[in-house]
Design a protein around this ligand. Structure first.
Ligand code: FUL
Length: 491
């Protein structure tokens, strides 16, 4: 056979130069995290049985006694809610370790539950993985039980606990370090108030280094990173403009530490051109409290409320961390389970099919003389990393989607190829209406995902996306139109 002649045009185009990345970029582990979108917190401790939110540290370990604890049933309830992972409070502020630790006496070894052999971390880590989710741990830095708390020795104990959690229970996808710290407590019988210097006491950089060495793929959460930031509220939402980049700063303008930062004021929006890729994790509980309380059984968030939070967390470039606390039996209460199922049905039903998928798509500019590798069809292939891009000098551009026939929708989804950074500052969406373009939405940040809910349902046969401001040429990977499933009331 004769050798192939000249390089086919598409191959030549594909090798055209990709846009240079802009600003801080996500690490591999951050990319994987963005893809997780919604995962669960599991708050479970003596508080579940004492009806408290913060245990004092003097609880008898035997109060922890869930008669019907079923890790697989908990995992199944979370999975049915669409959760991609679950983070267990291996130790909350009360100090009781829910695993067979050697680092302290205050653990399930001292509980009458399962004859002192119970290990909630083991059971849940295995069950969560069996159900196809990832497993993470919350280890409270504040320990109201430990006599050592406030002294340097306690930090060694804390690290030993971490070491156990990160070496005995398989792959951990996220480690959660609460900022709440210091105050009154039992402290081995001292019953006093102890305060620590949040900036220095834990030597966090050394702790993070230890975590990296034991579980290099784990995302580390503190109020200030180092992988993801606190969104600044415990209600589960980011602000409408929300940048993936952020500069952690202390309240005094100096260095920040967990529990000592401006996250409460600045975490919800982040900082355009911040120095670090530090996207927001939006945490909240499905109930008013973090732990299960009988009196809150009728106050479980509805599927529509959860859906609303999904739009305001995942739909603003973050992830949604939803707490689902097991009850005293050791199961997810049926009200919570029903809400989770309803929520998942809404998410899956809404995003099942991109109504623009088959559209004829045209862009005002396509990088490298229309190279297919940067063409607007990439917006519709469901891949987060193939993308449409323009020439370097082109910072504003438009893409039209000819839907072929009138299509009804009320949600639009956009994603940037975040491997190239956060590039777009603002965009607008138009519909073809009565022979002209009419704007129906304007928004700012995109990042990993931006969901726009329209005020009313829109029916049109053409939609136009306008990039109205960008720091460098856009690199957009996704455009979708959807019709909300079910009764997701616009709250
Ligand atoms: C807070 C804690 O004090 C709460 O009890 C809960 O664990 C929440 C997730 O973080 O800071």
């Amino acid at each position: 056979m004769a050798a192939a002649p000249l390089l086919p045009a598409t191959v030549a185009a594909a090798s055209a130069k990709a846009p240079a990345p802009y600003g801080p970029l996500p690490s591999e582990r951050q990319l994987r995290w963005h893809e997780m979108e919604v995962y669960a917190f599991i708050h479970f401790s003596p508080n579940t049985f004492t009806d408290r939110e913060w245990g004092n540290g003097d609880e008898d370990p035997s109060v922890f006694n869930p008669p019907a604890f079923d890790a697989d049933a908990i995992a199944a309830a979370l999975k049915a809610g669409g959760m991609t992972g679950a983070i267990l409070t291996a130790k909350h502020h009360d100090g009781l370790c829910l695993w067979q630790t050697d680092a302290t006496d205050h653990s399930l070894k001292k509980s009458s539950w399962r004859g002192g052999k119970g290990d909630v971390v083991k059971d849940l880590s295995e069950a969560v993985r069996r159900a196809g989710m990832k497993f993470g741990v919350y280890l409270s830095p504040w320990d109201r039980n430990s006599a050592l708390y406030g002294r340097p020795e306690y930090v060694m104990t804390y690290r030993q606990q971490l070491r156990e959690l990160l070496t005995r229970y398989g792959p951990i996808y996220e480690v959660w370090h609460d900022g709440a710290n210091g105050g009154s407590g039992y402290y081995g019988g001292a019953n006093e108030t102890r305060r620590i210097d949040r900036r220095t006491y834990y030597d966090w950089p050394a702790t993070w280094e230890l975590e990296r060495s034991l579980q290099p793929d784990a995302i580390i959460w503190c109020e200030i990173g180092p992988d993801i930031r606190w969104v600044g509220n415990e209600s589960g939402y980011a602000n409408d403009t929300c940048w993936e980049t952020y500069n952690p700063i202390g309240p005094d303008g100096g260095p920040a530490a967990p529990g000592y930062s401006r996250a409460g004021q600045e975490g919800g929006t982040g900082h355009r051109n911040g120095a670090q890729w530090l996207p927001p994790e939006c945490n909240t509980s499905i109930r008013p409290g973090w732990f299960w309380h009988e009196r809150e059984n009728a106050r479980v968030k509805s599927p529509a409320q959860l859906m609303n939070l999904y739009y305001r967390s995942v739909g603003r470039g973050g992830c949604f961390l939803l707490n689902v606390p097991p009850d005293r039996c050791g199961l997810v209460h049926e009200n919570d389970a029903a809400s989770l199922r309803g929520f998942n049905a809404m998410v899956k039903g809404t995003f099942r099919q991109n109504l623009a998928e088959k559209a004829k798509v045209a862009a005002s500019n396509v990088r490298a003389k229309g190279a297919k590798a940067f063409g607007p069809r990439n917006l519709l292939d469901g891949d987060r990393y193939t993308y449409w891009s323009t020439d370097d000098a082109v910072l504003t551009a438009e893409v039209t989607f000819d839907l072929g026939k009138p299509v009804k929708f009320n949600v639009a989804r956009l994603r940037e190829n975040i491997k190239l950074g956060q590039r777009v500052d603002a965009f607008a969406l138009d519909q073809w209406k009565d022979g002209a373009w009419a704007a129906f939405a304007e928004a700012t940040s995109i990042g990993s995902c931006r969901l726009v809910r329209t005020k009313e349902d829109i029916t049109t046969n053409r939609v136009r996306l306008r990039i109205t401001k960008a720091a460098v040429c856009p690199a957009l990977s996704d455009f979708g139109l959807f019709l909300e499933a079910g009764d997701s009331a616009k709250s």
